[in-house]
Design a protein around this ligand. Sequence first.
Ligand code: PLP
Length: 393
Amino acid sequence: MTTSFQMSTLSPLPVAFVRGSGARLYDDRNNEYLDALSGIAVCGLGHAHPAITAAICDQAGKLLHTSNWYEIPLQAQLAERLCRLAGMEKAFFCNSGAEANEAAIKLARLFGHQRKILNPGIVVMEGSFHGRTLATLSATGNRRIQAGFEPLVQGFYCVPYNDLQAVRHVAGHNKEIVAVLVEPITGEGGIHIPDAEYLAGLRRICDDHGWLLMLDEIQTGMCRTGKWFAYQHEKVLPDVITLAKSLGNGVPIGACLARAAAAQTLKPGTQATTFGGNPLVARVGLAVIETLESGDYAQRAAALGTRLLEGLQRGLGGVAGVEEIRGRGLMLAIELDRPCKEIMQRALEQRLLVNVTADKVVRLLPPLVLTDAEADMLVERLVRVVRAFLEKP
Ligand SMILES: Cc1ncc(COP(=O)(O)O)c(C=O)c1O
């Protein structure tokens, strides 16, 4: 189905979906699949959610786009709703996760320059993923993603994840650091959940040195981990948060939220994008928030996560080849002792969509609308697939 006219940036699995409903997808022969990936944490409210479809259709019939040269009341409403939920003060809207992180990186550099720091640096983490633009791949702690794109954007200082001492060490040696950029749980890096006090420790280091704590919540945000934002599991407040993915449930949107001094940094003329926060995406973002709120989905994600973890432990715990089963809310991982990319194809044959990341990690990011019965079906199919994979000669 992929044609010679498409650049070979990906090698898709041999299936094309033509419609969806909730946690189910249907291919062009009407075969039904259980979606435990949600378009990589995008369709948190599942496919064709009636409230989102209605918002899109209604707004499309009124107004899609004007320009940020004019007032956009829906964007203003979305900014306020998001800021109130996140404890932030100001929002900038864009079109993707990478672009939201670009805004955060630019904000941190301006913040540094305003403090007379000539080469502002940002601490980033090994195993992180922040996007594929030049600045965000330079911030990403994965050489495979950077290779071939040198010279990289300078000014990122990479330290091991979940290691506060390493951050303190950088602080002691580099007086030009202005910020830390970190995922509260690594997504592409393999669903690594840091120690309970990690973010609080980072907050203390940032406070001691006048740095910004910038959290990439692009995969973790919007109720997926059992709270609106993953940092809310700890009693910390970051200075900057980036969002994208499930904020639009499939309609492309990104956001960079900031508070305190960080919120005063970007000024007219310092950052902009044509489509950012246009009436269509802002309306959808508002519909996503209203739906998540009315369905108490944060709590639901936590409960479903526990159900899935328990089921996976029962089916795969102690099985030779299974290193660890872990997760928080609806961000779950089964780490194996060997590369396992073929599990994506094997699962597809069992009508189940999962993803493999960091070579050996089967990653689950199901939609928050998953039913209990679907959660049990997911476990049953995946346990079968993983066992068969591990038992193959
Ligand atoms: C944590 C994180 N940050 C940034 C990105 C980049 O987002 P996008 O692909 O929308 O540019 C991703 C995408 O997977 C992500 O998981």
